[in-house]
Design a protein around this ligand. Structure first.
Ligand SMILES: NC(=O)c1ccc[n+]([C@@H]2O[C@H](COP(=O)([O-])OP(=O)(O)OC[C@H]3O[C@@H](n4cnc5c(N)ncnc54)[C@H](OP(=O)(O)O)[C@@H]3O)[C@@H](O)[C@H]2O)c1
Length: 254
């Protein structure tokens, strides 16, 4: 049985990815996030439910992550992949209430902690190829105003991806990041609502305006991200490493 860790598994893309990966009967998923009730709800809807576990962790806290990981007896498992997907969004502004530290602590430090705590077990796996996949963002590709912390954190993940891809190549660990554009999740809905409030208009009008900037005029579905992760981890490819993989309906092109 192969074990795959997913952070941010209680909602959005993490949840959709868990649903997709649970279709494989030889896969055991470890669902990680802070809210145990959300993780348990996802666990209840998975295929081969008895194979999977839900563990509450705060990725921004090394002790919390390690405690959660230790609780699932990682040394007795064959951990073949980590989907380091958890993150927080929203704006920040310099001053007393700046969210800079909170966003960097979660998105950048938290992803680093998730990877480094999992790494010894990935290295121990005898699988021919192992995987670390982070969730960056199209906001690592272009800037938007008032998102300095978010853009910085997600751009930082691309540096982490490239450095680790080289460092871990001899361990046959493929390291990549996803760079999604808008994906229909709670985080995107909050982002649209924030813009709507700022412009003093309703959600739907703002949604339509934002989709007007996207060539395919749509948000991705979380399941599409799940399908992409499934492919990257499937063994159908063992060549993609060190990449930021764009899934954005054409909103940014290389
Ligand atoms: N939706 C988009 O349009 C979009 C676009 C580009 C990139 N992204 C990125 O995609 C990833 C997934 O986001 P999503 O869209 O699926 O939004 P989401 O539904 O808000 O998911 C984020 C998940 O991260 C978890 N999380 C946040 N802080 C955490 C912490 N300190 N420790 C452990 N877990 C934590 C949350 O669970 P708890 O609150 O229970 O901990 C939640 O399940 C994020 O990294 C986000 O930045 C999203």
């Amino acid at each position: 049985m192969k074990t795959i860790l997913i952070t941010g598994a209680g909602t959005g893309m993490g949840r959709a990815t868990a649903q997709t990966l649970s279709q494989h009967k030889d896969v055991s998923l470890v669902l990680m996030g802070r809210r145990k009730d959300k993780l348990d709800a996802v666990l209840a809807e998975l295929n081969h439910q008895e194979n999977h576990v839900a563990v509450s962790v705060d990725i921004g806290n090394r002790t919390s992550f390690r405690k959660g990981l230790t609780s699932i007896s990682p040394e007795e498992r064959d951990i073949v992949a980590l989907f380091a997907n958890a993150g927080i969004g929203g704006e920040n502004a310099y001053g007393d209430d700046d969210r800079w530290d909170e966003i960097l602590r979660t998105n950048l430090n938290g992803t680093y902690i998730s990877i480094m705590e999992t790494l010894p077990y990935l290295k121990a796996s005898k699988q021919a190829f192992k995987h670390i996949l982070m969730t960056s963002s199209c906001l690592a590709r272009f800037g938007v105003p008032n998102y300095t912390a978010y853009c910085t954190s997600k751009t930082g993940l691309l540096g982490l991806t490239r450095s680790l891809a080289v460092e871990l190549a001899s361990d046959k660990i493929l390291v990549n990041s996803l760079c999604p554009g808008w994906v229909e999740t709670e985080m995107a809905q909050q982002g649209i609502q924030l813009l709507a409030d700022r412009m003093g208009q309703d959600y739907q009008t703002t949604y339509d305006q934002q989709m007007g900037f996207v060539p395919l005029e749509r948000m991705s579905l979380p399941q599409e991200v799940g399908n992409l992760v499934d492919f990257l981890f499937s063994g159908k490819q063992n060549s993609i490493s060190g990449q930021g993989i764009d899934i954005n309906n054409g909103s940014w092109m290389q």
